[in-house]
Design a protein around this ligand. Structure first.
Ligand SMILES: [Cu+2]
Length: 322
């Protein structure tokens, strides 16, 4: 499966482009400084007076005036200050360039971080056209996206290296991040602020589609899945609503309206489950539902011991949630 591009050096949008340009300026200047220091060090080592065990050290140079040394130190200090000023200016210009992204016709999304997964809400249009999904952000290519960031528990950080810089999600404070994807593709994101046991497995992805494909995806997300016709999947639905699943998870159009876990209304349309730990296949779903702790120790979903028959029914039901 395509793991998604996760590379800040391969910018796929204007925001990441600005950041990689800044990074190149830093790399260039810091390499120059590093090389200059090494040269100075080598020269100093070669010119240092060698002492000899049999003779008293020659200390006459200590009392001599050192006009050359003074000049070199002045030059080095001046060059360092100038170098730092260049870096400062480059940072300020990058910041301005980041703020210049036109937000006309933007897609508005609200992302809430949890230990250790992400709620994604699409908030454009009237309330009847808002919907929720998890761990996967779909965006149209070439249009700006405004992401409002919140956290439900501890501090997390939203980072899609190929599209934009990092932005922290701080409980009780809303931050915003704007980005735009210039080419269709799958861009991997990752929580970039240590947030507990499963921080590593708090991944997500941004899927950028051509506008028409995005519109089709959006229409699909707005639909409420029909109750399954198949007997096994119906049994799965009944189980989902009668065992504790429904206390944590939501499936739109059913009595399952829990808000403590990923919305499963369109689970079948997602590529991954568990914030990127497993591919979304029936076998993985079964294994996850039976014992999520095996795949993501410490995760806030308990194990669900049940018969193989019930498990198969639940997986069949999940498969109908397209
Ligand atoms: Cu996190």
């Amino acid at each position: 499966m395509n793991p998604g591009l996760h590379d800040m050096l391969q910018a796929m949008g204007p925001q990441a482009g600005n950041i990689v340009d800044l990074w190149r300026v830093f790399l260039f200047l810091c390499t120059l400084v590093f090389a200059a220091i090494l040269v100075a060090l080598i020269l100093a080592l070669r010119r240092a007076p060698r002492s000899h065990t049999q003779e008293a050290p020659d200390l006459s140079m200590v009392n001599q005036p050192e006009p050359r040394l003074r000049r070199s130190v002045t030059a080095a200090v001046t060059a360092s200050v100038l170098g730092l000023l260049v870096l400062l200016a480059a940072s300020v210009f990058t910041d301005r360039a980041l703020a210049r992204l036109s937000l006309k016709d933007a897609v508005n999304i609200e992302v809430t971080a949890h230990q250790w997964w992400w709620t994604v809400r699409y908030i454009d249009g009237p309330v009847s056209e808002t919907f929720e999904t998890a761990n996967e952000i779909h965006v149209p290519v070439g249009r700006p996206v405004i992401v409002k960031l919140n956290s439900d528990d501890v501090i997390h950080s939203f980072w899609v290296p190929s599209l934009a810089g990092k932005r922290d999600l701080i409980p009780g404070r809303t931050a915003t991040l704007n980005f735009q994807a210039d080419r269709p593709g799958i861009y991997r994101g990752q929580c970039a602020e240590f947030c507990g046991f499963q921080h590593t497995f708090m991944a997500f992805e941004v899927q950028a589609h051509p506008q028409a494909e995005y519109d089709a995806w959006r229409q699909q997300q707005l639909k409420i899945p029909a109750p399954p016709a198949d007997a096994q999947a119906r049994h799965g639905m009944m189980l989902f609503q009668s065992v504790q699943c429904a206390l944590c998870h939501t499936v739109q159009g059913t009595i399952a309206q829990g808000k403590r876990a990923p919305d499963l209304t369109h689970l079948g349309s997602r590529r991954m489950i568990g914030s990127g730990v497993l591919a979304n296949t029936p076998a993985n779903l079964a294994s996850w539902i039976a014992d999520p702790q095996k795949h993501k120790p410490g995760t806030n979903m308990p194990a669900n011991p049940m018969s193989g028959e019930d498990l198969a029914a639940l997986v069949a039901y999940m498969g109908t949630l397209q």
